[in-house]
Ligand binder design. Structure first.
Ligand SMILES: [Zn+2]
Ligand SMILES: [Zn+2]
Length: 320
């Protein structure tokens, strides 16, 4: 199995979307999106498997959709095992950005069939999983804290902002950063470290200016040195609405203009020209009306930093 995955990771194929200017030999991360959208279609909501290139030891960043995405990935030839085996054996841990249903529904619904593993998150997020879903009222308590009897399949691991955590069974280390998601509601960004190469995943977030926050500015301060050193391989960032959405009705989300405002801030810290060619993976588009086409056009027309936009597709693996 490892050999086959390695083969897939090294050979451009139908199920692989290549980041431009990064040949496969230079890639370090494999990402398999299990769900990419920000609403409506419950079979395709935020969830991204991340592993070292050539390895089947994944973490799962958010878990809005699990099984439907795994099944499609198997159909696409990304995995040759059964969906059940991928769910139980390939996913070593979940990292949940915030407890909105479009980020946790797949985890909750698949918990009876899943194997035991850790759920990582900031305390606010895990406390809501504990008090709202795994309660016996919302769903059986498959975790190891909360309403008795706690079945103990999942272990909550509370992350400390800015402190990195190793993930047993993988070579990955992950650091959490708080985000503002329609103040006072919170969300989380996860910085994944694989032997000194990095990938940054942002859960749902508003722009600092709109949220009256400095969470994103602090995040950009933390990752700017990695951008300068070309060690940040990709940023996964949400763009939920097109620019026509009034700022008062963003509910803690980004538009293309606001996403580019934030990239402007990052470049102010990391230096002129440092974002050139950086992969910006656009997540969480709300698939209403013609939003998807509009958002793509608006991003491309405001790309003042020569970023490389990537629009992920469910069950089409990416490498960085
Ligand atoms: Zn949300
Ligand atoms: Zn969401």
């Amino acid at each position: 199995m490892k050999t086959f995955l390695l083969f897939l990771c090294l050979m451009p194929g139908l199920a692989w979307q290549n980041a431009r200017a990064q040949d496969s030999s230079a890639s370090v991360f494999c990402v398999v999106p299990l769900g990419v959208k920000g609403g409506s279609d419950e079979s395709n909501l935020s969830a991204y498997l991340v592993s070292a290139q050539g390895s089947r030891d994944f973490i799962c960043l958010d878990a809005g959709t699990l099984y439907a995405g795994i099944r499609r990935a198997v159909e696409n030839g990304v995995f040759t095992d059964s969906p059940d085996a991928v769910l139980k054996k390939y996913i070593h841990a979940y990292f949940i950005s915030h407890p909105h249903l479009d980020h946790v529904a797949g985890l909750i619904m698949n918990s009876p069939e899943d194997a035991g593993k850790n759920i990582y998150g900031l305390p606010f997020c895990l406390d809501i999983l504990k008090s709202t879903y795994f309660t016996w009222k919302g769903w059986a308590n498959f975790a190891d804290e909360g309403e008795a009897p706690a079945l103990g399949k999942y272990h909550y691991v509370r992350m400390i902002p800015g402190a990195d955590t190793e993930v047993p069974g993988t070579p990955l280390r992950v650091t959490a950063f708080p985000l503002s998601h329609g103040s006072p509601f919170q969300s989380t960004a996860f910085l994944v470290n694989l032997r000194g190469q990095y990938l940054l995943y942002l859960g749902d977030t508003g722009a600092d200016r709109v949220e009256k926050s400095d969470n994103l500015h602090r995040l950009w301060m933390a990752v700017a040195p990695l951008v300068m050193q070309k060690r940040l391989k990709a940023i996964f960032m949400e763009v939920s609405f097109p620019d026509e959405q009034p700022e008062k009705q963003l509910f803690g989300h980004l538009t293309p203009r606001l996403a580019m405002e934030e990239m402007e801030d990052l470049e102010r810290i990391s230096g002129p020209g440092t974002l050139k060619g950086l992969s910006l993976v656009i997540t969480h588009i709300k698939p209403i009306g013609g939003n998807e086409i509009k958002i793509k056009q608006q991003l491309r027309s405001q790309n003042n930093h020569s970023l490389q936009f990537i629009f992920p597709e469910q069950a089409v693996a990416l490498r960085f």
